[in-house]
Design a protein around this ligand. Sequence first.
Ligand code: ASP
Ligand code: MG
Length: 424
Amino acid sequence: MQPLKVYKFGGASVRSAEGIENLRRIVGREKDRLFIVVSAMGKTTNALEEVLDRWMRGDREAAQNRFAEVERYHDEIVRSLFDNPSPLLSRLRALYDEVRTLLGSLTEDDYDRRYDRLVSYGELLSTTVVSEYLSLRGLPNRWIDMRRCLVTDDRYREAEVDTARSAALLREAVEHAPESLFVGQGFIGATPEGNPTTLGREGSDYSAALVGAMLGAESVSIWKDVDGILNADPRLFDDTVLIPRMSYLDAIELAYSGAQIIHPKTIKPLQNAGIPLHVRPFGDSSKPGSVICAEAHGPLGVPVRILKQNQILVSVRPRDFSFVLEQRLPDIFAVFARYRQKINLIQSSAVNLSLCIDDSRHLQTVVDTLQADFRVVYNKNMELLTVRGYDAESYRRYVEQVPGVYLVQKTRRAVRIVRRKAEP
Ligand code: ASP
Ligand code: MG
């Protein structure tokens, strides 16, 4: 098979007609076969979440109105991209009608399942527009329905992909196609019965990685509105610098710590297949960006700071004073797992387990469930700061000189600090 690359364009890249035109320029320069993975436009996923939320709360009119805004937003982009927008507008209209019918017929009890059926329309709309626009501008392509290619389990909103089955389907969809350009949705898949699923918020990076691994791509590129991977989020820290090369190991640790640059699940499939991941600036494709690959060894060069906000520090102690690690760990973890509560850090002593977790709507239920056997206390409004590749100066600055530090965990490579959220 001819070589193939995968490009991923996020919501911010396709949020406007100018963005889609820029995507067209980037795609048009590529000589190899190319599979592009596209997210919903702009904040469409959030908007669809709001539609569902209002609908479920019984405010149907508010839900309809919110959805009408989603329609107008897409229609406007189509009108500025196409001289003759009518044919595409009527195709979009058909999708809007499906959504409205869907809303009216949401009868299943399961919120998450309804969520996936509805929210997946964001990506269906965006890829329909992008695919049509590329064709119009002389880039024939094949629109791929990822609900038919990514087979998942039925853990709605956080579905697991069956990679063996999916790889066979995806290859079949791509291999004998006359086109050398493919447009597929990020974020979505479906159960074997065909019920749409999603892979977790911001999951399009992960979709791109899976597509890359399944099709044996030579590289995967994520186009973003930053110059590449920086050593901190510039919205939260000043003095940031670009990291040109990074190992898979550093990247997976940083993504897991909360670096928003790539979805945490993205690295594994690429590392397993030895495929490099490029993070490239959407606004200036002449800049090299950053690359994550096997060949990047050694120190990071600069300390990388990752701040995870909205954390809760929970402390769990068996009421009967049994040893927490030896005797009670499975019981405790089972409760967190039942409510899909992500644990970001753990620390233990004889009879105490401290866990740093994301704040979530399940917190109280988790605490109540544990209360039967454990004494549970927690602190809200915490943050988790990870400094990977720390040096003496950054250690002083983030561990020793700041007030409100509740917990510190240190290895040779990284220090992790749970601290009270700084007052604004
Ligand atoms: N559209 C989805 C979201 O906003 C997936 C993605 O953007 O990666 O979460
Ligand atoms: Mg996004």
